[in-house]
Design a binder for this molecule. Structure first.
Ligand code: CMX
Length: 438
């Protein structure tokens, strides 16, 4: 298998590199922690390591050193496609090199050879109440797939520590191959007759998802490719990545770990913001019966803030400028459906809301993140977030399908480098008060 061979060739040198760094510099200080940081969700404490991506507050994410624009420009595309293959992105995340079209297609084949969701997973989903949030179903489905974990099976037999990454890679491929099928099934259960999607192995992973969703607009596979690439990874400290890493550090397999990570993604301050953002847009649109004027939009934004709510899709814990993942989606909409009213509204919000947030003066970053616009693009293609208002979270499932690529790539490397059990230390308030008196 191409990924296993490439990883096996790299891992010894990486182990040596980390070992040398630790031997020569174990006690070098990289950060200091203030009481403020202890009480503010560990913001900006440098205590994790990943070589897969890095978020600069101003520039945004770099995936294996490539900005979003560079990633999209350099990853291989199928002839006639507007957006690159997601398999190429997964190769890039795992291997750290830009793949050729042939290498990306080899990953496509690894995926399509694994298209098989065990029947009991569909049954678990069928048994859930129709009101179950889509993310609850998605997380359950991933957990239900744990019964097939190669890692846990081999760990229970005999597995050397140095080989932990191999079945982790196997599980990661099995999981990521099947997540589009699970997502399309959840959508079908929620909106249609609940049929099990039949994958088409002649299509790439994203086009196959579009096919299973029954969206026939020829542009939709390209939106899926774009969407699944840009949501994949955002370094290790974000809640879904960190939760996945924490769980994986106990040697729980990736099914356990990613299921847990998805529960973090489901929160409104994280991945659920894409659903809430679309609800917000639809709300303002319906209230006015049209795209509102700038003044009406500003008033609506203030009403949201005055009600003590956040404006979903705006602000970020790390970023301090417009998220390039927002910009690339804005460009996609402008290029292909600039007149779509909800897309137009989402672009208008970008002109209005940063000033409102600045005027309010609370948010450290008044600019949009990835979630401010992604829902409006899905909405254009008729993909619903369940009941539109309040929603039940299908858009976050789409985020999760993509995020699984990043967190599994990280899980493979965490096992390759034998990253240890994560166990930070807590203090009592009295201890912090004593530290403050010193
Ligand atoms: N609307 C209104 N108020 C906002 C805001 C927004 N979009 N973003 C931040 N604020 C407020 C915070 O709620 C906080 O208020 P309090 O002091 O009353 O608690 C204050 O501004 C300071 O917050 P911050 O330091 O700027 O932001 P945090 O690092 O604490 O939180 C985030 C970051 C993303 C949770 C926050 O900006 C937010 O709630 N945004 C809206 C939800 C959202 O878009 N989440 C998706 C993020 C991307 C992702 O993970 O998918």
């Amino acid at each position: 298998m191409i990924l296993e061979e490439k990883l096996a060739a790299q891992i010894p040198a990486w182990r040596e590199r980390v070992k040398n760094l630790l031997e020569s510099s174990e006690s070098v200080v990289v950060d200091q922690v203030t009481i403020g940081q202890v009480y503010s969700g560990m913001r900006n404490i440098k205590s994790l390591v990943t070589d897969i991506s890095y978020v600069d507050p101003v520039e945004g994410i770099r995936l294996r050193g490539y900005t979003i624009d560079e990633t999209l420009a350099r990853l291989p595309c199928l002839p006639g496609a507007k957006m690159p293959l997601v398999s190429g992105l997964f190769y890039l995340l795992l291997i750290g090199e830009m793949p050729t079209l042939e290498q990306a297609q080899a990953v496509e084949q690894e995926w399509s050879a694994r298209y098989r969701v065990p029947e009991h997973v569909f049954n678990v989903l069928r048994q859930m109440p129709s009101s179950a949030p889509a993310m609850t179903m998605f997380s359950q489905a991933i957990l239900a797939m744990q019964t097939d974990s190669a890692f846990t099976r081999m760990y229970n037999e005999v597995l050397q520590k140095e080989d932990y990454w191999r079945p982790t890679l196997e599980d990661s491929l099995t999981m990521t191959a099947n997540l589009p099928i699970i997502a399309a099934f959840i959508y079908n259960l929620k909106h249609k007759e609940g049929k099990v999607p039949v994958p088409d192995k002649s299509l790439d992973w994203s086009a196959n998802f579009a096919h299973m969703m029954d969206v026939h607009d020829p542009l939709y596979p390209d939106l899926c490719r774009l969407y699944f690439i840009i949501h994949s990874d955002h370094e290790s400290g974000n809640a879904s990545a960190h939760a996945t890493h924490l769980i994986g550090s106990t040697l729980s397999d990736v099914f356990y770990a990613v299921s847990g990570g998805m529960n973090a993604l489901a929160g409104p301050l994280h991945g659920r913001a894409n659903q809430e953002s679309l609800s917000w847009l639809l709300h303002v649109y319906e209230q006015h019966g049209r795209v509102p004027s700038v003044d009406e939009l500003r008033k609506f934004a203030w009403e949201t803030l005055d009600a003590g709510q956040v404006i979903p899709g705006y602000g970020h814990a790390v970023l301090r400028k417009t998220d390039p993942r927002f910009t690339v989606q804005l460009e996609f909409g402008r290029a292909y459906f600039p007149e779509d009213p909800i897309f137009k509204l989402a672009s208008m919000v970008y002109d209005v809301v940063p000033d409102v947030l600045r005027e309010q003066g609370k948010a450290k970053n008044p600019w949009p993140n990835v979630d401010a616009i992604s829902g409006s693009l899905q909405h254009h293609f008729g993909v619903q977030d369940c009941d539109a208002h309040g929603g039940c979270g299908f858009y976050t499932v789409l985020f999760g399908v993509s995020r699984a690529l990043g967190v599994t790539a990280n899980a493979v490397w965490a096992r390759a480098l034998n990253q240890p059990l994560e166990r930070p230390k807590s203090l009592t308030t009295a201890m912090l008060e004593a530290a403050a008196r010193k």
